[in-house]
Design a protein around this ligand. Structure first.
Ligand code: ADP
Length: 150
């Protein structure tokens, strides 16, 4: 059983994230979407975020959504994940992911599998979506419009 943890902030979960999960399902038997929680985030807010993301995978039993705090590799082990799954959009992402994956492999032996962003999604980021939202723009085109089908 190949199970991967796809960790991130997912604030919000975009069509870019959805594409990584979809493509990851061709490589792994199961994917656990791990929403990293920091201390100053309200519990209710986290609950809402998890619920929203979980709703996108109601029809796909191979995807599970969890919240975690602490080290990503500890969350991976706690959820039986032997791999981390991440996406790469830019060379900046690449350098960042290289450092992360190196440290994670060093401390846990867990390997990271990177997928290049689809070219048409490479400019989609949660921070860009939040920015547009703050200025009153309709961001629906960047958010998954329907649950993932099996
Ligand atoms: P983090 O805050 O940990 O970077 P994000 O929620 O921003 O978390 O992203 C989680 C993962 O998804 C990261 O590996 C990021 O590179 C990847 N990702 C984000 N947006 C896209 C996209 N449009 N296409 C492919 N991968 C993406």
């Amino acid at each position: 059983m190949r199970r991967a943890l796809f960790p991130g902030s997912f604030d919000p979960f975009t069509i870019g994230h959805m594409s990584i999960v979809e493509r990851g399902l061709t490589l792994f038997d199961e994917i656990v979407v791990g929403v990293g929680i920091n201390a100053d985030k309200l519990q209710a807010e986290t609950g809402r975020q998890i619920g929203k993301i979980a709703g996108l995978f109601v029809s796909e039993p191979r995807v599970k959504v969890i919240a975690y705090s602490g080290l990503t590799v500890d969350a991976a082990k706690a959820n039986g994940c032997g791999f981390l799954l991440r996406g790469v959009r830019t060379s900046a992402d690449f350098e960042y992911e290289r450092t992360l994956s190196d440290i994670n492999r060093n401390i846990s032996g867990i390997e990271t599998v990177l997928l290049y962003a689809l070219p048409e999604l490479a400019s989609v980021s949660s921070s860009m979506v939040r920015d547009l939202q703050r200025h009153g723009y309709d961001v629906s085109r960047f958010l998954p419009s329907q649950p993932l089908e099996q």
